[in-house]
Design a protein around this ligand. Sequence first.
Ligand code: MRU
Length: 365
Amino acid sequence: MNNPALAPAPDSAIDYDRYDHVRPIRWTGQALELLDQRVLPFTVVHEVCRTSDEVAEAIAALVVRGAPAIGIAAAWGVVLAAAGIDTDDPVEAAQQLEPALQRLNAARPTAVNLAWALARMRRVLASAGADWRDALAREAHAIETEDLAANRAMGRAGAALIAPGSGVLTHCNTGSLATAGFGTALGVIRAGVAQGRIARVFATETRPWNQGARLTVWELQQDGIPATLIADAAAAHLMKTGQVQWLVVGADRICANGDTANKIGTYQLAIAARHHGVKVMVVAPSSTVDMATAHGDAIEIEQRDPAELLSFRGQRVVAPGVSAWNPVFDVTPHTLIDAIVTEHGVIERPDAVRMQALAAYTNRC
Ligand code: MRU
């Protein structure tokens, strides 16, 4: 692992205020306001959650989405659940909160950030005193602010790998909407554009939810970063034409050997990238690293309702009686990944040994 000095791109080189205009999650003190990502970009409306179960439902329904963002939302969900518990005793509170934590955890299975955030909330509760409610709120706030800082650090570290004048392709949405702000893969793209390293940005539409078409190019448009949308099926042809040098994607779970779960389609993009000499960069905070899962075959892949494929904007587009298979994530083997970027630095050609070094470094931080 080459660490983190992240020196090639000092903060001063990146005007963060120019980027990063939207926030998916807003804690009001009494409620959690979630920007409804199902209806963007044409409708900007917030869903107000007043209970942890409402947060769990919003995560399952993709009102809020993206691995880091669902972890942050779940942490605030625990704070909402705490408001309904009437005891000063943190041990009793932990017992009473557990069902709500489990319902939050079950909202989506693949992104480990959800379980990671809930584990942090449990740990805080275990060491808190009578002020356990404030301790939980402080922890949720810390999870959110640490994610923003991690994204900015990853933006600098990832961009440093990209040679000036490069083209990049990204998949799904990994921007402000998917995180506390700035984004993971999209943060690298923002930093790379700011530094003049990235000359061309392409985004896949990312069927069936169209996170690329509805969210990513919308975010980039607000930044004033020109981006070109492509059909998912156009990616290999794009690579063949030499317009992109890097595939830059996020992650929902990175295993102990570097295998990486991300939005469905990432695996075939990585195969096409290897075939065409396009490098593959995975950008994710350490909250996405799951050292307890040895390899990608052990990751639970979320299957969603086939209706998401059979219809478009609520309108059935496939003949009646046709069935569909709708896994929404896939696993890219570590052998297809050139670099994993976390807030702790860059791992090139990830494998179990290098991931272990990252874990040891992360545990020391
Ligand atoms: O189903 P989604 O929209 O939650 O899937 C999101 C992704 O796959 C992202 O690439 C991943 O969560 C990283 S977001 C920084």
